[in-house]
Design a protein. Structure first.
Length: 128
């Protein structure tokens, strides 16, 4: 299922299994909060199925869907979430622990960071 997501296209089978061991699956119902602005935690998220709404300071910023990731502030310890994320219908999310990702192989970490950064750059370019 993950192999079909753009996020994981460059990952080997073994690397996908490593990511799975550092994460868990969670399902959210329509309008359920996934991340709240101002929270602190060590997880980031990859949307497996469905879509989510992104809001900050009470304003809608857009939507994310299958294969998109969010929660990149988890890479900075103690950083607060800058946006709220809410399910837009039924959503399945892969919740990845930053702490556990530090324990996977270097090649998996490198591939993950490369894809993660590419996603962030694409999002930033779309915001300008």
């Amino acid at each position: 299922m993950l192999r079909k997501l753009t996020f994981f296209h460059e990952f080997s089978h073994a690397e996908i299994w490593e990511v799975l061991r550092a994460s868990d699956w969670h399902e959210y119902k329509d309008n359920e909060d996934i991340v709240r602005e101002g929270e602190i935690d060590d997880r980031f998220y990859i949307i497996v199925t469905g879509s989510v709404r992104v809001q900050a300071n009470g304003k809608n910023l857009g939507t994310l869907s299958n294969g998109d990731c969010f929660g990149e502030t988890s890479y900075v310890r103690g950083a607060k979430r800058q946006a709220s994320i809410q399910a837009d219908g039924a959503v399945t999310i892969l919740r990845v622990s930053s702490t556990l990702m530090e324990q996977v192989s270097s090649s998996c970490q490198l591939r993950f960071n490369k894809v993660f950064l590419r996603s962030l750059i694409k999002r930033l370019q779309g915001a300008t």
